[in-house]
Design a protein around this ligand. Structure first.
Ligand code: CDP
Length: 232
């Protein structure tokens, strides 16, 4: 398979609450591609394990892998639905109990290999937008477009609270959420790998529409270059 024959991959990486998933979803919709969210898969693995006996500190990679046998990704519209024992899971993946321990699960090498394979198998089905922390490096080093979304921690906190509470947060709430995001960024630093060839977009002062537009334009440019390259 030549590079021009490979499904087009857009890899969007970035820290906690940088807007990767919502941006990736909208970019996929605009370009008629599919979106797969690796963070949601780590969350689904955590949800699968949390329902079984044992405190998180005692979880082993083997015990998590045993439970992820029930996790599947199924194409639905422009997304991949995540199912646990056949049931679609969504909002429950973002419960505080899952967010509190997901980094612990994401540190487990065998679990990462399982997620990476799952993401690559999604790309086998056609052009895809993937998001996470190591999509443009470990998982899709050959991605045609790599983007790193960053934003100031207090702005990331403000956006996440707005989404969660459905109202503008007060200063104390923003301060507490900023600390929680920074703590998770520190825990995730081990598995966060930014691609040196990623286009870094600081979204602190951008609207979601603007950041989607920038990525769509970059993708159109890369797509045009890929097809020109393929034709020669
Ligand atoms: O949306 P948010 O940034 O809060 O997190 P997420 O993308 O849903 O990811 C949840 C967790 O999964 C992160 O805190 C990481 O521990 C882990 N993760 C990872 O290790 N590698 C990825 N490629 C994606 C997520």
């Amino acid at each position: 398979m030549s590079a021009a024959d490979q499904p087009f991959v857009i890899a969007i990486d970035g820290p906690a609450a940088s807007g990767k998933s919502s941006t990736a979803k909208l970019v996929a919709e605009r370009l008629g591609m599919h979106h797969a969210d690796s963070g949601a898969v780590y969350r689904a693995a955590t949800l699968a394990r949390i329902g079984r006996p044992g405190a998180p500190e005692s979880w082993t990679p083997g015990s998590v892998l045993h439970e992820v046998a029930g996790v599947t990704l199924v194409r639905a519209g422009t997304s991949f639905e995540i199912r646990l024992s056949g049931k679609v899971v969504g909002d429950e993946l973002h419960e505080p109990a899952i967010t509190a321990v997901v980094s612990l699960v994401a540190k487990m090498g065998p679990v990462r290999e399982w997620v990476n394979e799952l993401m690559r198998s999604c790309a086998d089905e056609g052009p895809i937008v993937v998001d996470g922390r190591d999509m443009g490096t470990t998982v899709f080093p050959g991605a045609q477009l790599k983007v790193c979304l960053i934003a100031h921690a207090d702005e990331r906190a403000r956006r996440r609270l707005l989404q969660r509470l459905g109202r503008a947060p007060i200063e104390d709430e923003i301060a507490a959420e900023t600390a929680a995001l920074q703590e998770r960024d520190a825990k995730d630093a081990v598995q966060t790998r930014q691609a040196p060839d990623a286009v870094v977009i600081d979204t602190t002062h951008l609207t979601q529409g603007e950041q989607v537009e920038r990525i769509v334009e970059l993708a159109k440019d890369r797509l045009a270059r890929t097809s020109t390259h393929g034709a020669t």
